[in-house]
Ligand binder design. Structure first.
Ligand SMILES: [Zn+2]
Ligand SMILES: [Zn+2]
Ligand SMILES: [Zn+2]
Length: 765
């Protein structure tokens, strides 16, 4: 329909954010056709520009539908609409985009299979029936297949699969759902599955998924080449299979993520609400940590004693087919030995996962960007990231203003790095713990990729204060003009500021594991006074002596013993410890007490994470810890639902800073534990008391600074039991809490904070 030339008007729309490679232009084209409007749509670097003209009623219809029907995988961060002059163009066209100079932001994150593709997958009449690499402009692999820019097929791992005539026709048709879908493929021209045995020998079959299904149902562990790398799949209802996976992967107790066929089967294993369902079904399809049901089809060894389940839905057609055919929940965990990066290549997997996997389900589309599954919790109605990778990366965090190129190099554990360029901060995918060489190699490889493709010329690089971090040493090789060192917990606070976009006066709370402090102590329970980009330490948990480095992390009773000694004195502490830690040899207790007495290998700390470790040990929940964060997770998991009273705390003034004195909390937990109160009651009292202490300290600092906002960051705030009490406590006092929504509160978010700080330093001269 050609618009009436009399009385026509025109508008121009610019949409910024994740708007390319997500079916945005075909969507605009279809909408314009439905409204009978003329004009055009085109991609420009970092945005989509739309011009539509026609009668006023059609234009307002277009605007209303535009807002409500934006493709699910798109994330519009800025939308501007302005009046334009009608040009008299006949009809609507998708204009060829200038392919040169397209910004990095045009690579979208990977997108979970869309409903239309899943319908085709299940339709015997469709040419993509049961084709595990089905995708379209609304869904499919993106970031994980990109080797170089601009983002088009020749520069992805689809380059080796020339399109057949039918696929080419779809690709070239602006009205087709596969118009310019770079990974477009079908059984005639696209990637294929194959199977190898545990020894790497080829298995001849015309039904690879059938072979994998039978193996899984028979209790075997199958390595599946997924989107961002290999996953290890096992029957989540078979305790023997899950136990075998733990032994082979050398993962004693950390919970496994479980993939479910659909939301109904998730509900059988976890308590989820409508908002959780929306997260599970979203195009990012993350692993959601949700409360587990006590009576669940999952084998006990899946969560190993934690009342939380990591649940997610199939996000590729391959996963969909595996789940349909096994018809039961599957453990779907990263294909690696614990603490190593996820395997991506076929040969790499067959050598690194030999002895772990009984069977390999392979395909011939290379994974270019290593990317683990993302993990989130839900707080309020929104997501609260725990691990940010597949489905999120490389979407940027949009900053409040434009900055010169800089980079934040991240921390040592749960590492990411982050480049800032203009208005955008680009956190890398989760790299992992940088204590081992393979993870460091992954870091350097990913760093080079981001730097090259952002065309970043960092004016500054920012690293942690800790002299022994890998990233601190790497700073010299970062290719930056200037170097900044930023204290760990300040980086957490800057991260939350960038994440929330808050600018003004606030109180910052960083409750965390441990970080190198500016005074030589080990920080980790910190309060800050924030004024714009000025962040000063204003308070902390009272210091206590932290015994012996790594041993204290693995054996939380050591930290507990130090707190016992601080509150009860050495003699009584020894008696209490023998009572509370019956599995620990009395000689070991005496040894640690001696070291504390003589201050051997002991440093003062204000770490909130270590306080949680100690209380978990005192409650008898975790004398030894097999993975980072286990003790606090157990303590949170044990917390009783009903309120049970609190322990006392006091706020004191020390060296001009507010100090939260926790000795009343420790005395209370020890008395209750010696009185044989259930761990659930003690845990609940401890959580409620510590939350009250945080709220009281933050309120006092807010009052003296004239601030109304409180920014919360640090790994301890992954504990949503603590977090939700702090949130409600702050709101009761008419304070507005600000929490992470885009990057994790844990060390995965530090690089964003470092980059934001360095950017402001450079911009400020
Ligand atoms: Zn699709
Ligand atoms: Zn084809
Ligand atoms: Zn931290």
């Amino acid at each position: 329909m050609t618009p009436n030339r009399v009385g026509i008007a025109a508008i121009g729309i610019t949409a910024r954010g994740v708007v390319q490679g997500v079916g945005f232009r075909p969507f605009v084209h279809r909408l314009a056709a439905r409204c009978g409007l003329a004009g055009w749509v085109e991609n420009t670097p970092g945005s989509v520009v739309i011009h539509v003209e026609g009668d006023a009623a059609a234009l307002s219809r277009f605007r209303a539908m535009f807002r409500s029907e934006i493709p699910a995988a798109a994330r519009v961060t800025r939308l501007s609409v302005r009046k334009a002059a009608p040009t008299g163009v006949p009809g609507f066209t998708i204009r060829a985009s200038r392919r040169d100079g397209i910004a990095f932001s045009t690579i979208p994150p990977d997108i979970a299979a869309c409903p239309e593709c899943l319908r085709e997958l299940a339709d015997p009449a469709d040419r993509r029936h049961r084709y595990p690499f089905t995708n379209c402009t609304n869904c499919g692999p993106r970031f994980t297949i990109v080797a170089s820019l601009p983002y088009d097929r020749e520069r992805t791992s689809m380059a080796g699969f020339p399109m057949c005539a039918a696929c080419r026709k779809e690709y070239g048709d602006p009205l087709d759902r596969r118009f310019h879908a770079e990974p477009n493929a079908c059984p005639a021209c696209g990637p294929r599955l194959s199977v190898r045995g545990g020894d790497g020998a080829p298995v001849e079959t015309d039904d690879p998924i059938g072979v994998a299904t039978r193996a899984i149902l028979g209790g075997s562990i199958v390595a599946v080449r997924g989107l961002g790398g290999f996953q290890l799949a096992a029957d989540a209802t078979n305790d023997d299979a899950v136990r075998a996976l733990r032994v082979r992967k050398r993962r004693e107790e950390k919970p496994f993520a479980v993939m479910f066929r659909d939301v109904a089967s998730v509900r059988a294993a976890a308590r989820i609400e409508a908002a959780d369902e929306a997260i599970l079904r979203s195009p990012r399809a993350p692993v959601l940590l949700a409360p587990a049901r006590t009576r669940s089809p999952l084998a006990p060894s899946v969560s190993a004693g934690l009342p939380t389940a990591g649940v997610f839905l199939p996000y590729t057609p391959l996963h969909r087919m595996l789940l349909d055919r096994t018809d039961r929940p599957l453990v779907m965990t990263s294909g690696n030995v614990t603490d190593e990066p996820i395997a991506i290549g076929n040969d790499e997997a067959m050598s690194r996962l030999r002895g772990i996997a009984d069977l390999f389900l392979l395909h011939d589309r290379e994974v270019v960007q290593r990317s683990d599954d993302s993990v989130v919790r839900r707080v309020g109605r929104g997501i609260y990231p725990i691990r940010r990778a597949r489905g999120f990366v490389p979407a940027p965090v949009v900053l409040p203003r434009s900055f010169p190129d800089v980079v934040g190099l991240g921390g040592e554990l749960k590492n990411t790095f982050c480049f800032v360029k203009g208005y955008a901060a680009y956190p890398s995918q989760h790299i992992g713990d940088l204590e081992q060489a393979p993870a460091r190699d992954f870091y350097e490889e990913a760093y080079r990729f981001f730097r090259r493709f952002l065309d970043a010329r960092p004016r500054a690089a920012c690293h942690d204060l800790h002299p022994a971090y890998f990233t601190t040493a790497f700073a010299d090789r970062a290719g930056a003009d200037r170097l900044f060192a930023l204290q760990h917990h300040k980086a957490h606070i800057f991260s939350a500021l960038a994440d929330t976009g808050f600018d003004g006066k606030a109180v910052g709370v960083a409750f965390d594991g441990t970080g190198y402090g500016e005074d030589g102590a080990i920080w980790g329970g910190e309060f800050f006074a924030i004024d714009g980009m000025d962040v000063r330490r204003a308070g902390r948990l009272a210091y206590f002596p932290l015994p012996g480095g790594d041993a204290a992390v693995r054996e939380p009773w050591r930290t507990a013993l130090s707190l016992l000694r601080e509150t009860l004195g050495a003699a009584e502490a020894e008696r209490a410890a023998r009572e509370l830690f019956p599995g620990v040899p009395p000689d070991s207790i005496r040894l640690v007490l001696d070291a504390l007495e003589k201050k051997i290998n002991v440093a003062p700390t204000s770490s909130a994470g270590r306080l949680f470790d100690a209380v978990a040990a005192i409650c008898g929940l975790c004398a030894r810890s097999s993975y980072e964060g286990q003790a606090p997770m157990r303590l949170e998991g044990a917390a009783a639902r009903a309120a049970a009273g609190t322990y006392p705390f006091t706020l004191a003034e020390e060296d001009g800073q507010l100090a939260v004195d926790w000795s009343g909390l420790v005395r209370g937990t020890v008395a209750d534990a010696r009185g044989r109160l259930p761990a659930g009651t003690i845990s609940r009292r401890f959580h409620d008391s510590l939350a009250a202490a945080v709220v009281a300290a933050a309120s006092r600092l807010a009052e003296s600074a004239g601030a109304r906002h409180v920014v919360l960051s640090g790994g301890v705030f992954q504990n949503v039991t603590l977090l939700s009490r702090v949130l409600s406590g702050l709101r009761k006092r008419k304070l507005s809490p600000l929490i992470h929504r885009q990057v994790p509160a844990n060390d995965g978010g530090i690089s964003l904070g470092q980059a934001y700080y360095a950017a402001a330093q450079v911009a400020g001269g």
